[in-house]
Design a binder for this molecule. Sequence first.
Ligand code: SAH
Length: 332
Amino acid sequence: MCALQQHLLDVVVSRATVLKASWCSCVLLAFAAPTTGRRVIADATSSKRGGFEHPEEERRERRRARPVPRGMAWRSHGTDNDSLVDALVRNRVLKTRKVIDAMRRVDRGNYCLPFSGQNAYEDHPLPIGSNATISAPHMHAACLELVHDRVTENARVLDVGSGSGYLTSCFAAMLDQHDSYAAGSIRAEEVEDRRPGLSDTKYPIVVGVEHIEDLVDFSIKNVKKDGKVKYLEGPEPLVVLKVADGREGYPPYAPYDVIHVGAASPEKPIKLLKQLANGGRLVCPVGRGWQSLRVFDKDSNGRVSEFDAMGVTYVPLTSAKEQTDGSKGLFA
Ligand code: SAH
């Protein structure tokens, strides 16, 4: 099968799956589209675009910019969590030990509605209520792979549109690599440093921001069901799940080393970029209708460069009202 046929097949498969996922108000990878591989240098607030400075840099970015190998989207089905992760590894969507371990330790079945059964381990989004879905596993895997090297020991992570809480838990599992995190295990002086708003102090935290209260409640239940109650406990928990409008980011814990956005921003997410730490990476679908998964890197001087990782179709970042009354459609 030639590349074009393969690509068309992916589009058809993905569309069918989109329809299958009923409400479809969430992340839906539509196609592993050819990437632009284009490097853009700009400061966080400008829209000035530029080109690659070196051919080698361009080649590197082109390679990196394809987190899901062509033809491998929507194919990584399992019947339980381990076989799902195995399929993602086999299909080269998952490559990094830290990400693989995290996805093994977070059981997707605990973040889906109870009647989802084995479907929870198939490679497509599933409804979770409130006109939202849990994203497809290959999208979760691709996004984690894109940011894995920034999720270091003391990283701060913001997950915008945290929905089921699945990806938020994966980030926490990456920070808790040896499954040894214990609530309250932080030394007293560090606790002192961990007050919100002290952005120059270093400690690990994953903040999930979701604008539908029912979904935040659902995500908290899911984290507990997955045996990770310790992440939520203690004076300074590793995981914080908040009801808030993610378009504003979440200033109390900013700046973040990693920001992941689980719904599409119609344009460059300037407010979120302002909350990205120097050296940090923000991954966000950008555009209306057909979008690209855009990766923004902020260097040590605060300069931002960006590239498109792949074509995607996510639901838009909306107001809670638009989402619940259904006035904002899938391809808004
Ligand atoms: N990543 C999550 C959910 C992705 S779906 C998961 O896989 O489970 C997109 C999510 O973004 C939905 O839960 C939706 O409610 C949320 N969302 C949409 N607009 C938002 C906004 N303005 N602020 C916060 N969350 C938003």
